[in-house]
Write a new protein. Structure first.
Length: 268
């Protein structure tokens, strides 16, 4: 189909014991298929905007931006409006669903409010597209409802906020490739952070400077290798980035109050 189209892919699906799709469809680079004033629908609205932007209007006329890719979910019977501003377009997959499995999602407190929200990490937009692309045969309707409910539950799962994710990524970077030198300014740049702020906030979050964090990780790996392998101290030092076994021994003794050799004997 050419760009700038709208189509309904499912409507008034036959009920199953678990629920049904009342309406589903696609908007591609076009204005959304919604009326102007606030309105409410009998089922749960699922709107996945994959590109473009617009806004959501609550019953009290508050508005929230919608910027793709993002998910908007509306509770049954909730007055609302969402769409683009005049002259703007977006791309969207949408569905209106009802039934016990969707009620169960609300009972788990994953869905307590209407409005836009970011997708939980790891949720694939393509999976929802496959489910809404066309109506399944009668024999597959129950599986489709369960799959839709599962996708929605995953999409509403609590996600780590972006700031926490950034610092988790920093800690992960500092704990990898221990054999090589890793300039702290390089880590800050890869995270798009000012170097001084990177050092200050990292220390506040982890209680150590970035370099101390990386060296502590080296010693933790050294302790594991001493317990679990027959590698020499020279080889262990090489693998985790210390200049030689004497450097390793000094750092290890400072951390564990014994030499690597004594540690290995005590772990035998």
């Amino acid at each position: 189909m050419p760009a700038g189209y709208q189509r309904i892919t499912m409507s008034d699906q036959e009920p199953t014991p678990f629920g049904r799709v009342l309406l589903a469809g696609e908007v591609c680079d076009a204005e959304p298929l919604v009326p102007g004033p606030l309105h409410s629908l009998p089922g749960t609205v699922i709107s996945l905007v994959t590109a473009g932007e617009g806004f959501y209007r609550h019953a009290d006329l508050r508005t929230e931006p919608i910027v793709g890719p993002s998910l908007t979910v509306v509770l049954p019977g909730e007055p609302h409006w969402y769409g683009t501003r005049p002259g703007q377009r977006w791309s969207e997959w949408f569905a209106v669903v009802e039934g016990p499995v969707f009620e169960l999602i609300r009972q788990t407190n994953r869905l307590t409010r209407s409005g836009p929200r970011p997708l939980a990490r790891g949720v694939r937009t393509a999976d929802l597209v496959l489910l809404l692309r066309s109506a399944p045969p009668r024999s597959g309707a129950e599986q489709q409802i369960w799959a839709l409910a599962g996708w929605l539950a995953d999409a509403l799962a609590p996600s780590v906020d972006d700031e926490t994710a950034r610092w988790d990524e920093a800690a992960s970077m500092l704990g990898e490739d221990l054999h090589r030198q890793l300039p702290m300014r390089e880590v800050a740049a890869r995270l798009d952070l000012d170097y001084d702020r990177f050092r200050r906030v990292f220390r506040d979050r982890f209680g150590r400077s970035p370099l101390a964090f990386r060296n502590d990780r080296r010693l933790e790996v050294a302790a594991t290798l001493l317990r679990a392998t027959n590698l020499t101290c020279r080889e262990i030092a090489r693998r985790i980035g210390f200049s030689d076994e004497f450097h390793l021994s000094r750092r290890f003794r400072s951390r564990y109050q014994m030499s690597p050799t004594a540690y290995r004997k005590g772990s035998g």
